[in-house]
Write a protein that binds this ligand. Sequence first.
Ligand code: NAD
Ligand code: ZN
Length: 253
Amino acid sequence: MKDWKEKIKQLAKLLKNANNVVAFTGAGISTESGIPDYRGTGGVWKRYQPVYFDEFVASHDSRCEYWRRKKELYESFTQGKPNKAHLALAELERKGKLEMLITQNIDGLHYDAGNKKVIELHGTNRQVYCLDCLKRYPSEEIFPLLFEGVDVPQCKECGGWLKPATISFGQAMPVEETEQATEFSRRCNLFIAIGSSLSVQPASLMPLYAKQSGAKLAIINFTETQYDSQADIIIREKAGLVLSRLVEEFSSL
Ligand code: NAD
Ligand code: ZN
């Protein structure tokens, strides 16, 4: 098996030769920013079962539980800063090398790093919306209520239940974002998946769409994924290290 540094060189060459590059990120790209992933070693699912969307709608206990967990993770989300991996992807966009960045993440760190061409497939933790009238609020206006003792915040306009603007399990995917992500994945000729277990559908279908359309597939992830057998390059090292070296190698070609 090739040494990981060799593989980065190989990926830098693919990057140089590709004229339509899509990056696809998951929770693993933000663990180096102090935000836990779901299925990694310190992952949130090691402790909790997810609250499904229909449970949130139907049961007050589920709403309380859901918001209690959001409150617990709030500090890591507000304090998390873009790490070397996010910054490297922003650099690739500045160099005109990234057609689109598709993310499953809800932390907004790609925008903080400077990327502008971003599709947030699973919504964002930075906004909250009313299930009844769909009014949106910035999270920093609503989350402090939790710390004042409110269990489940309510809409200031209509009294409806508020929920972070993230896509829960069992909740419909955003139509426009999903269509765009599918389209960009089908059109690219290099697809780089970073820090994702590639197990959440339909997001995890994106590498498959790319591969089916003839793109090269690179996977940067600690653990195995269902697409490893179809990947052209697999690098099992820290995303921050790999992507920062990748940009250096690419710049030197
Ligand atoms: P996941 O938790 O299923 O998988 C993360 C993967 O990243 C794991 O396979 C892990 O081995 C790997 N990993 C962790 N740290 C890494 C690092 N530094 N370098 C390389 N690999 C690393 O995440 P997913 O595939 O994104 O699916 C989880 C869902 O959870 C997504 O839908 C996302 O919306 C949500 N989520 C988002 C955040 C966030 O916004 N930061 C955090 C947790 C969960
Ligand atoms: Zn409302």
